[in-house]
Every structure is written in C-alpha cells, then in structure tokens.
Design a protein around this ligand. Structure first.
Ligand code: BES
Ligand code: MN
Ligand code: ZN
Length: 485
C-alpha cells in the first residue's frame, strides 16, 4: 500500500473516505448520505463502515464513512486504526485501486491521522505470492491511499509510523512463509536482506560455533533435522553507553514435536512456531528504521524440530551452555530448550540491563488466556507493568501470570538438574520456571508466551486471517516509553 499526500482531491477519485467520530457526521455531508447513514444505523463506533454514493464537483463517487468511536476514548489510537482498517477491509479486493482519504474537517491531530493510515496499510497487507491462479475478483486491487486535507505535520508523523508498519509486515511475512521456505538459514538470509544498509549489526552462529560454546540444549532440538540450526543476533546502538535491552525470540521454524510427535490434524500450524523470532526480527527492523535512541539487541534461536534416526529421544540428558543439565522427557517441549541456550548466550555476550523473551511456548497459555492476551511471566514488577501499559496502548495486550518456588520444584529431575516438562497442571508456568533457571539473579526478565496471539483465524484490529504481527508494536512502544522517553 502506497500512501501519498495531496493538496487537492484528484479529479479522477472514484472512492472517497472520511473518518467519523461517534455521533458526529461531517457537517457538510449530503442529505441523502445523512439519511442513508441513519437508515443503516451507522453511529461511527470504532471500525464501523457505511458506504454510499455522492455527487461532488460533478462526479459521482463512492463514499465510505469509517467510524472512529468517541473522541475521548482511552483507546483512541487503536480506534483510529480500526477506522483505517475498516476501509482497507472493505475495499482491498473491490476493484478500486485508490482511496482518497479526505481528512479536512476531521479534527484529527497529525498523530491521530497517522494512526488511521497505519490501520489502512496493515489491514491491506496480504501475502499472495504462491497464489498463481487467483481469480480477478479475489485479487488485492487497492494499492494507493491519497490523503487530502491532512492536518499539519501528518506527513512527518506518518514517516515515523511507516517504519512500524514495515516491521509488522516483515514479521507477518516470516510467520506466513511455510517451513520449506523459511528454515533457520533462510530466516537469517531474509534478515540479512532486510537489514542491509540500516546500520544494524548482524551476528550469526552456525552449528560448529554453537557446539564450541556448549549449546547442547539448543543443538539437541535441531539434531533430527536436515536443516542446520542458527543463532542470530541483531544489534542496534542508538543510545549512548548504557547496557542494551535484549529481546530474545523462539524460532522453531517447524515443530513436529520430534520423537514425541504431534498428532497430524493441525500440525501445519507449527510453521508459525517461529512467531517469537519473527516478532523480534520485525521489531528490530521497525526500531532500526526509525533510528530509535536506545541500545537494543534482538537474539533469535533458530531450529527445526523433526523426528529422525538422529533425533534426540525422550529421556536423553543434554548439557546446556550454562552447564546445567536437562532431562528431555518430551521432545515436543523444545522451545524452552532452544531459549535456554539463547538466553544464556545473550547474557554472556551482551550483559543486557533487562531481557524480554517472546515465544509460542505452550498450548496451555491458549487454554488460560485464549487469543486475547499473551501471558507474561516476570521476576520484575516494574518490567511487567511497562509491558502491560505498552500492550494497552497498542492493542498487543498481555496479562501477568505467577511464578514461584512451588512451581519451580515441579521441574526437578531425579537424574539431571531439571526436566523439560512439569506435571499435568500449570503447563505455561512450569515452562516459564524452566526459562528462569537460565536468567542470572538480579537481571530483570520477562517471558511473553504468545502462542495464542501469532495467528488468527478471523480478522481483527488491523489484520485479516493469518499472521497478526503480534509483539512488534509491544516492543516498539516499550522501547519508546521506557528507553527513549
Ligand atoms: N510450539 C508448541 C506450543 C504451541 C501449541 C504453540 C499450540 C502454538 C499452538 C510447543 O513447542 C509445544 O509443543 N508445547 C507443548 C509442551 C508440552 C509437551 C509440555 C504443549 O503445549 O503441548
Ligand atoms: Mn513443541
Ligand atoms: Zn514449539
């Protein structure tokens, strides 16, 4: 979606759109449109859309009124995104190629206008590269938004916001790609392409280097795959001399479960078991794009979990880089094994001031929180609160869950330092306890279990079916408010 700004309405405009606050139809709206909106019970609630036809300057064109809710709603920016998204959702494949968004008289600020554009662009995103025989009526036609009557400084506000959109789209792309296309090495390659010339510094460890470092936990997971494992770090120094903040992502490019193999139905979902890594990579792209004034590093552990003659077995004991040994009772509890070494290496390599990891770690978090909130597990009240606030502000919602010694005990092993699964209950918590054993005392850390958030089977705030891009905005906002603010 191309977004451009113009002084006047293009004469050829066939599709006009206006943003409408709840209960406030535009003052100069044609009488027929006012009647129509009333008949259609259009109130201007967030994301509501009303379509009519109007004659303006001698041309008849479509007019879409997109609702933005109450002007004073605390979720104002999210509501404005919904308004933009409603326009894209309606006209994405309508045959229209351009929407003229008329903001004159809207009363929006520059930042508010940029939020509408963000929603429009994100909702219009779709990944059709493998659909070679798609019917004309199904194709995405909408390719351009021309903004007229934009408030002062909207272009500058949008220039900043556009980096966020680029990051979210990159995450969605990585998550959407199937596992025969995105595997550890190709994930790294795609990052190399996208970060070229941005000023970010990429470091990649291959299997030999990880072996030298003693990463038996991560390597054990990739052992049954023909694809080589990788560890990728993306570093951005925009903030002087303070210690960096680290974001760490689970990048299991496909999770069959390994020898503890998953049932067939639904296994295809496990192509998005790299959603944590995708979120970290996309967030780094957004932050680097807008030249964030902060020191940050994104680290992703990339492996494919496959069953094979060489695969690790239930009961195997592996030694992690930290020296701690792990009894692998279930090869399907692999994400924590990958993160154990990724988290330890991140602390050794970067001495971060704080760490936040993102992982599609447990099915149990979907039982607990569904698809509304990610689960947050943390040793630090302030960090949890900052993540919560960033979630509320952006719509990447998250909810804190407990940790504690009684849960930690559940992963003690009779043969090794720990086992990689707990008992029947509290599956997301025991997974988090496992991760915490790889965090040095005194380092503020949060683990965000995003298993319910990466993929959506219905359209939402700014996405259609499929990859949501969850986590990018959360990280971007967290950085802006706590590191740059
Ligand atoms: N990647 C899965 C978790 C998952 C499940 C993500 C469904 C998204 C949707 C993870 O590796 C896994 O398999 N976890 C197991 C842990 C169990 C073996 C202790 C699970 O949740 O069943
Ligand atoms: Mn698994
Ligand atoms: Zn997994």
């Amino acid at each position: 979606m191309k977004i451009q700004f113009s002084q006047s309405r293009p004469q050829t405009a066939r599709l006009l759109a206006q943003v409408v606050d709840k209960g406030k139809l535009p003052a100069n709206l044609e009488k027929s449109a006012v009647e129509g909106a009333g008949a259609a019970r259009f109130k201007g609630t967030a994301g509501q859309l009303f379509e009519t036809f109007v004659e303006r300057d001698g041309n008849v064109s479509r007019l879409a009124l997109a609702g933005a809710g109450d002007r004073n709603d605390e979720a104002r920016s999210i509501n404005l995104e919904k308004a933009g998204a409603a326009i894209a959702g309606k006209y994405q494949a309508s045959g229209e190629t351009e929407v003229v968004l008329d903001l004159s008289g809207s009363g929006l600020s520059a930042d508010e206008a940029a939020s509408v554009l963000l929603g429009l662009r994100l909702r219009n995103w779709r990944y059709d590269v493998y659909r070679t025989r798609i019917k004309d009526e199904q194709k995405v036609t909408l390719e351009r938004t021309t903004v007229v009557g934009a408030p002062d400084r909207t272009e500058a506000a949008w220039e900043q916001m556009a980096h966020l959109a680029t990051g979210i789209e990159f995450t969605r792309e990585l998550v959407t790609e199937p596992a025969n296309i995105i595997y550890p090495e190709s994930f790294v390659e795609r990052c190399r392409e996208r970060f070229k010339g941005t000023g970010a510094e990429l470091t990649v460890l291959d299997e030999y280097q990880m072996e030298q470092l003693g990463m038996g936990s991560l390597l054990g997971v990739g052992q049954g795959s023909e694809r080589e494992s990788r560890l990728l770090a993306i570093r951005w120094n925009g903030g002087g001399s303070e210690a960096p903040t680290a974001f760490v992502g689970k990048g299991v490019t496909f999770d069959t479960g390994g020898i503890s193999i998953k049932p067939g139905p639904g296994m295809e979902d496990m192509k998005w078991d790299m959603g944590g890594a995708g979120a970290v990579a996309g967030a780094m792209l957004a932050l680097v794009g807008r030249k964030a004034k902060a020191n940050i590093v994104g680290v992703v552990g990339l492996v494919e979990n496959m069953p094979d003659g060489k695969a690790q077995r239930p009961g195997d004991v592996v030694t992690s880089m930290s020296g701690q040994t792990i009894e692998v009772l279930n090869t399907d509890a692999e994400g924590r094994l990958v993160l154990a070494d990724a988290l330890h290496w991140t602390q050794e390599e970067f001495q971060p001031a704080r760490i936040v990891d993102f992982a599609t770690l447990t099915g149990a978090i979907i039982i607990s929180l569904g698809n509304e909130y990610a689960g947050v597990f943390s040793n630090d009240d302030e960090l949890s609160k900052q993540l919560y606030d960033a979630g509320i502000a952006t719509g990447d919602k998250n909810w804190r869950m407990p940790l504690g010694a009684a849960y930690d005990k559940l992963i003690d092993s009779p043969i090794a330092d720990m086992k990689n699964i707990g008992g029947k209950g509290a599956g997301s918590i025991t997974a988090a306890q496992f991760l915490q054993r790889f965090i040095a005392d005194g380092t503020p850390w949060a683990h965000v279990d995003i298993a319910g958030m990466v993929w959506s089977d219905k359209p939402g705030q700014t996405w259609g079916k499929g990859a949501t891009g969850y986590g990018v905005r959360l990280i971007d906002r967290f950085v802006a408010d706590t590191l740059e603010g």
